[in-house]
Design a protein around this ligand. Structure first.
Ligand code: CP
Length: 309
C-alpha cells in the first residue's frame, strides 16, 4: 500500500495511484511555468507544512535524488534534514543503520527518505517505523521514484505509455533503475527489453534480451542508457569491447528516428556508455528527467503526507 506507509517498492502502488500522482505532478509542473503562479502556490503549500521536517538519510552517495527530494521538500515548506554518508556522522564510530534511524525517529520527522545498500534491512525497518518511508535507491533492489519520474517525463513527451517499447541498454544486472522499470512497465503497460553483453544481463527471462544494438534500437520507441557500474563488478570487464558494441554516439544518433527519446538516470560516464555528442541532441531527456523528478517527488510527498494526516 502506498499511502500512508510510504513507497518502498512499485509493488506497493496501483495504476490508479500512479495516474493520480502523474496528474498532480503535471499540475505542479504547470504551476511552475509562470513565476506569479508559482509564488502563489508556494505560499499556500509552505504554510501547510511550516515547522515540519523530513529526514533524508543517504547512507550511499547521491547527487540528483538527494537534491531533488531536498528541493521538493523546500517547495512544499517541509524542512529537509540531511544525513549524507558515513563521514561526519556517528556511523563512523560504529553506530548501526537501525540505531541511526531510531534516534532520528525520536526527533519526530514527518517522513523518511532513505538511500541504502542491499545489506540494509530497509523493509523490516520501515515496518517498525511510525512515519512513512520512501525508498530513494536501495542497493540493487529498486529505485521506484526514478522509474516513476522517467515514466512521467516520457508520458509528457509522447502521451499514453501503454504498448510503447523501452529498450534499456547496458549494465542491467547491476541496475536498480532497470529493476524498477521491470515492475513499473507491468503496471503502466509499456514493454521493456534489455540490450547489452551477456555478463551485464540479469538471469531472469521475464524480459526480451537483445545482444545487438541494431536489433534493439529497431524494436524500440525510446531508449534508456545505463551507467556501467564498475564498482559493482566482481570481475574486470573490457570497456573497449563494451564501447565498440554498445556505446551510443553519433552513428546511432543518425540512425534513430526523430521521435525517439533518449533517457539516462544519471550519473553519466561520457566516453563509456554515451558519447558527449548525445547530451546536446534534442532527443536527449537527461535534464528533462531531472526537472520532472522534482515535480514528481513533490507530488509524491504531498500525496503521502495527505495520507497520514
Ligand atoms: N539517478 C540517481 O539516482 O542519481 P543519483 O545517484 O545522483 O541520486
Amino acid at each position: 500500500m502506498l499511502y500512508p506507509s510510504g513507497l518502498l517498492d512499485l509493488k506497493d502502488i496501483s495504476e490508479n495511484q500512479i495516474n493520480i500522482l502523474f496528474q498532480l505532478s503535471k499540475k505542479i509542473k504547470e504551476t511552475h511555468s509562470t513565476f506569479r503562479k508559482a509564488e502563489h502556490a508556494l505560499k499556500r503549500e509552505t504554510s501547510r507544512y511550516h515547522g515540519l521536517t523530513a529526514a533524508l538519510l543517504f547512507f550511499e552517495p547521491s547527487t540528483r535524488t538527494r537534491f531533488s527530494f531536498e528541493t521538493a521538500c523546500a517547495r512544499i515548506g517541509l524542512h529537509p534534514l540531511v544525513l549524507s554518508g558515513v563521514e561526519g556522522t556517528s556511523l563512523s564510530k560504529g553506530e548501526s543503520f537501525e540505531d541511526t534511524i531510531l534516534n532520528i525517529q525520536a526527533m519526530n520527522p514527518e517522513i523518511f527518505i532513505i538511500r541504502c545498500g542491499d545489506h540494509s534491512a530497509l523493509r523490516g525497518m520501515a515496518e517498525k517505523m511510525k512515519k512513512p518511508v520512501i525508498n530513494a535507491g536501495w542497493g540493487l533492489q529498486g529505485h521506484p521514484t526514478q522509474a516513476l519520474l522517467d515514466a512521467f517525463c516520457w508520458q509528457e513527451q509522447i502521451g499514453d505509455l501503454r504498448g510503447r517499447r523501452l529498450l534499456i541498454i547496458g549494465d542491467i544486472k547491476h541496475s536498480r533503475v532497470a529493476a524498477s522499470h521491470g515492475e513499473l512497465s507491468k503496471i503502466l503497460g509499456y514493454e521493456v527489453a534489455f540490450c547489452g553483453p551477456s555478463e551485464f544481463m540479469p538471469e531472469s527471462d521475464h524480459f526480451h534480451k537483445f545482444k545487438s544494438l541494431e536489433e534493439g534500437i529497431t524494436w524500440a520507441h525510446s531508449i534508456m542508457v545505463l551507467r556501467v557500474q564498475l564498482e559493482r563488478h566482481a570481475q574486470k570487464i573490457s570497456l573497449d569491447s563494451y564501447k565498440t558494441h554498445y556505446q551510443i554516439g553519433k552513428k546511432w544518433l543518425q540512425k534513430m528516428p526523430e521521435t525517439m527519446c533518449i533517457f539516462h538516470p544519471g550519473p553519466v560516464n561520457y566516453g563509456i556508455e554515451l558519447d558527449q555528442a548525445v547530451s546536446g541532441d534534442p532527443r536527449s531527456q537527461f535534464m528533462n528527467q531531472v526537472e520532472h523528478g522534482v515535480w514528481l517527488r513533490q507530488a509524491l510527498l504531498q500525496k503521502i503526507l495527505e495520507g497520514v494526516k
